[in-house]
Write a protein that binds this ligand. Structure first.
Ligand code: DAH
Length: 338
């Protein structure tokens, strides 16, 4: 009888070949000591499949017994060495006992943090919140009317040159722009609310200009506005002094100088003492009567003050940052320092 035929057509239960395939597939899927042992018992154990097959050989005729017996014995040798191989492979991929120190502290997951601009904005707005100002926000895409006209900056006014503007292309509107400052929220707030008003308005602004260490084409501003019956320049000074003390420390010297902004009269800029020199940190002034009237307020009854500052600028001073472009370059080497 040809050998192959004998192997396939045995009467002794399953064929040697079938058993070989089943044994190898099972062994490959054994991943633990328990699974390996159960495999050994199932195939090589005293009541295992291979042992049963060998025991059954006695019922075969002599020729069959010779062929199948030889195959089965060969298979036993193969399975035994495959079993050894698998056992040592599993052992070598396992961490040796004692190699993991479970008493070590865990690895800290990397946590994000607030952007330095956000941190500064929160600090500034909190200082004003504690003085009774309410934080509000306004649109970054603004109408010409609020960004310029209502703030006493008419179309032909030379002050418009100060704000090189990013205009929005539109088929239906030619008066939409990315706001050049947060001051339009003065007009929007007054238009929608009666006095008294005390608001602080943080937000992004955009200007069409080339960038360098102190200029960005987008940046944040924090605007402030207080309007009521009887507000004076002394209130403006007192409020901004208090702000400077909170942000830069109690001993900080502050200087006011005349400055011009179309929406305030008188207008000032405020500087703080920085190691013996004056550094300008904000523009401010008493709200121009025309701005009050544009919003529908009686300028003989109400007065107010307004101010606007750049939080990046203030953060640069406080943190000795030499280039404003770092704030928006998304470089983690910079951002993770805050
Ligand atoms: N909007 C001005 C700017 O962008 C800053 C400013 C100046 C705001 C004086 C004010 C103000 O409210 O009173 O340069």
């Amino acid at each position: 009888m040809p050998k192959d035929q004998g192997v396939q057509a045995t009467h002794v239960g399953e064929s040697v070949v079938d058993m070989k395939f089943a044994a190898i597939a099972d062994l490959d899927s054994a991943e633990s000591d328990d699974q390996l042992e159960s495999w050994r018992v199932r195939f090589l154990g005293r009541k295992g499949r291979l042992t049963s097959l060998l025991r059954g050989l006695g019922s075969l005729d002599i020729d069959e017994r010779k062929v199948i017996g030889a195959e089965a014995n060969k298979l036993r040798g193969e399975l035994e060495s495959l079993y050894e191989e698998r056992t040592s492979k599993l052992k070598s991929t396992r961490a040796p006992v004692g190699s993991i120190d479970i008493t070590l502290p865990g690895r800290k997951p990397a946590l994000g943090g607030l952007h330095p601009s956000t941190q500064m904005i929160r600090e500034i707005t909190q200082a004003f919140n504690e003085m009774g100002f309410q934080t509000i926000e306004g649109p970054e895409v603004e109408l010409e009317k609020y960004n310029f006209d209502m703030l006493n900056i008419p179309a032909n006014h030379p002050a418009r040159d100060q704000w090189d503007t990013i205009w929005v292309d539109s088929d239906t509107h030619n008066d939409v722009l990315l706001r050049t400052h947060t001051s339009p929220m003065q007009a929007r707030t007054m238009e929608q609310n009666d006095p008294p008003i005390r608001v602080i308005v943080p937000g992004k602004c955009y200007r069409y200009e080339s960038t360098d260490a102190t200029h960005e084409w987008h940046f944040n501003q924090v605007e402030g506005l207080a309007v009521d019956d009887g507000i004076t320049f002394a209130d403006l000074k007192g409020t901004l002094y208090e702000f400077a003390r909170r942000i830069f420390g109690p001993q900080r010297k502050v200087r006011f100088r005349c400055d011009f902004f179309p929406f305030v009269e008188p207008g000032v800029d405020m500087s703080i003492d920085w190691n013996g020199s004056w550094i300008e940190i904000l523009g401010a002034g008493m709200v121009h009567p025309k701005v009050l009237e544009n919003a529908g307020y009686d300028s003989t009854k109400y007065t107010g003050f307004a101010f606007g500052m750049g939080p990046e600028r203030i953060s640069m001073l406080r943190n000795e940052i030499t280039d404003i472009r770092h704030f928006f370059s998304n470089d983690l080497r910079f951002l993770t320092q805050f």
